[in-house]
Design a protein around this ligand. Structure first.
Ligand SMILES: [Zn+2]
Length: 424
């Protein structure tokens, strides 16, 4: 008798599902006709049923409801798989007793592991399940591409140290419709600048600075296109209460002696931002908002072609520690609702966070809960603590995936690392 029954009207997808399950050493059988499924499930009594939501005949949610409300079959575990994974379907799947809803197209690397983890018998410990998500599932029609060039806190590292996540400080590149946007100018911008210098047709960039803490501007003076004749560098950021943007940018430039370097010859344009929303380029809307972090700090929301990206690297969510007077989580929640990508601070482990509270950074657990609550599709954890080893950061990534899985969150959570590229 098969331990698992797959109900899917699509023969190709059904057989792929069978292959992934048998690849994990488990026996499975495919039923294509959903009207026959309930009878066959009763006759064969599998341990687990994997089924699609959209099927002719009886749809998956109805079938799940029947399995779970029949005393004879209610012990059978149900996993729903669907391309139609709206909040409503997820809620109903949970309400009807499904153990998990896996979005289609599912990740062939991890699908079998997710099923295995749910099976009785030798239940693999979550720690034994290989790190599941290291990359985002690419969208069918990307509206923009993004690159991570630095995602650390200020790092007192030596050249002997090496890290899979990198020690470069904040810098994100975003390309959309041939336009080059850059968020923050930590040391990561040096590598990005070298990469951009090779693009001979590029003559303009838009740089958005969240704030002027050193780890967000320390690479600014080293951006090669500042020394390129005919190049335009648009820099946007907020004034500080006692210093205008112009002075803040100048101080960032002057922090490094220019005597040993060529002078800046690019056309540098400054744009002072407050909380506002505007069309920065045709079809590209930018919203700036204040983030909960020491000094005047902005977060940015970019919207184009129906996609929404939010970059908010330095931000302290209060999560369970919030009091009635701390409404930041609520405010940011409105901004990030339904975002295709949220890049947010997840600097600390849940254990380390309490001793570092009120410093403008968040525990990854709180960031993940927050993203899930606000229907964020992808969360990129950012601003890794400079004291954390790769082992600790790997563990945070694994725990985030484990938590997503256990809680039935639909958000994909990935740890940022310098050099990673993805589309949104
Ligand atoms: Zn900061």
């Amino acid at each position: 008798m098969p331990r698992i029954i797959v109900v899917d009207d699509d023969e190709i997808v059904g057989n792929l599902t069978l292959d992934l399950i048998s690849g994990m050493g488990m026996e499975a059988e495919l039923i294509q006709d959903s009207t026959q499924a309930l009878g066959l499930i009763k006759a064969k009594m599998p341990e687990l049923v994997v089924m699609d939501i959209l099927m002719p005949g009886i749809d998956g949610l109805t079938l799940c409801h029947r399995i779970k409300s029949d005393p004879a079959t209610q012990h059978v575990k149900v996993v729903m798989v669907s391309g139609k994974a709206f909040a409503e379907e997820i809620d109903r799947a949970k309400q009807y007793g499904a153990s998990l809803l896996i979005k289609k197209p599912y990740d062939v690397m991890t699908f079998g592991q997710q099923i295995k983890a749910l099976m009785g018998g030798p239940m693999p410990k979550y720690d034994d399940v290989k790190p599941i998500l290291r990359e985002f599932t690419p969208p069918a029609q990307p509206a923009l591409t993004a690159g991570v060039w630095g995602c650390r806190s200020l790092s007192p590292h030596t050249t002997a140290m090496n890290s899979h996540y990198g020690f470069q400080t904040s810098c994100l590149s975003v390309e959309t419709g041939g336009n080059q946007l850059i968020f923050d100018a930590g040391t990561g911008i040096i590598d990005l600048g070298i990469h951009l210098a090779a693009k001979t047709d590029l003559k303009e960039v838009w740089l958005f600075l969240t704030h002027f803490h050193q780890d967000h501007v320390q690479g600014l003076a080293f951006l090669p296109c500042l020394r390129q004749e005919g190049f335009t560098v648009n820099i946007s950021g907020a004034d500080d209460p006692d210093k205008p943007l112009e002075q803040l940018v100048k101080e960032s430039f002057d922090r490094y002696p220019s005597t040993v370097r060529d002078p800046f010859v690019a056309d540098i344009q400054l744009y002072t931002l407050q909380e506002e929303s505007y069309e920065m380029l045709p079809g590209v809307n930018l919203t700036s908002f204040y983030a909960n972090h020491p000094s005047t700090t902005l977060g940015f929301m970019l919207e184009t072609q129906g996609r929404k990206l939010v970059y908010c690297p330095d931000s302290e969510l209060y999560g369970e520690f919030a009091t009635a007077l701390q409404d930041y989580d609520e405010k940011l929640g409105v901004v990030v609702e339904g975002a295709d990508l949220l890049i947010h601070n997840g600097r600390f482990t849940q254990t380390d966070y309490p001793s570092r509270m009120n410093n403008g950074h968040t525990s990854f657990v709180t960031s993940l809960e927050f993203a899930a609550r606000h229907n964020v599709k992808r969360l990129l954890l950012w601003h890794h603590d400079d004291q954390y080893s790769d082992g600790t950061l790997d563990k945070i990534g694994d725990q985030a995936v484990e938590m997503t899985f256990k809680m039935g969150y639909s958000v994909e959570c990935v740890m940022a690392r310098a050099g990673m590229k993805f589309s949104v």
